[in-house]
Design a protein around this ligand. Structure first.
Ligand SMILES: C[S@@+](CC[C@H](N)C(=O)[O-])C[C@H]1O[C@@H](n2cnc3c(N)ncnc32)[C@H](O)[C@@H]1O
Length: 214
């Protein structure tokens, strides 16, 4: 899809997006123990997870469509003396060789596509991860109230055009639990959690999915 332009991070209150998520502490420790080194942060935003992983010694690539996100990440990395490779692009086409990474995170950043695009994204993630590599991603659940809103344009049975925090209206792909395995079929599913978060008092449902490339 070419409707995606990446977030305008200069228009966003960056406090929430600066603090690493709690999941990254577990993943960092697990992936360190597994001897993983090459980490890809897909839809890296302003880099809260990239910075954390680089500080722990991982070889980090931060990938995002947003130039303003990369600019903020670059400044933060420079201040901390961390080296992070930033690459601009769309999740649907990853400009990396086969098996370039041991582990990959896509936190609230993978689902900005439609049903066809999501198939491409999954196959690209599979291609760039090495055998035995792991990915951790979040997907928006069809239990999210926005999936059922009739004032939002629907692109297909799973995809709704929805405003983001920076005001842009971009695609959001929603799934149900029983659709996850089919969507991620080249991978083995390690664990799925169904999580309700509250942002400014509004309910928000996601699946947190941990997968492995056989
Ligand atoms: C909600 S933010 C999450 C950022 C980061 N993962 C985090 O947890 O802090 C979503 C990010 O995904 C990026 N993004 C949206 N659509 C994308 C696409 N199709 N390809 C690459 N990045 C995309 C946006 O520019 C934005 O920086």
């Amino acid at each position: 899809m070419d409707v995606n332009k990446g977030w305008k991070w200069t228009e966003i209150d960056t406090d929430y997006w600066s603090e690493p998520s709690e999941e990254i502490y577990y993943l960092c420790s697990r992936w360190e123990d597994m001897g993983f080194m090459r980490f890809l942060d897909l839809g890296s935003g302003i880099g809260r997870h990239s910075l954390h992983m680089a500080a722990q010694g991982f070889d980090v690539t931060a990938y995002d469509l947003s130039e303003s996100g990369h600019a903020i990440l670059g400044e933060k990395a420079a201040k901390l003396g961390l080296s992070i490779q930033t690459v601009k692009g769309n999740n649907e086409i990853l400009p990396f060789n086969h098996s370039s990474f041991d582990c990959l995170l896509a936190y609230h950043s993978l689902y900005h596509s439609d049903s066809v695009g999501m198939g491409r994204i999954v196959s690209e993630m599979h291609r760039v991860l090495g055998s035995g590599g792991e990915a951790y991603l979040t997907l928006i659940s069809k239990s999210h109230p926005d999936y059922l809103r009739d004032d939002l344009e629907k692109l297909d049975a799973n995809t709704v055009m929805k405003p983001e925090e920076d005001g842009s209206i971009i695609p959001h792909y929603f799934v149900r639990y029983d659709e996850i395995e089919k969507l991620l079929h080249p991978f083995e599913v390690i664990k799925v959690k169904h999580v309700e978060d509250f942002f400014s008092g509004k309910s928000s449902w996601h699946y947190f999915v941990h997968i492995r490339k056989p």
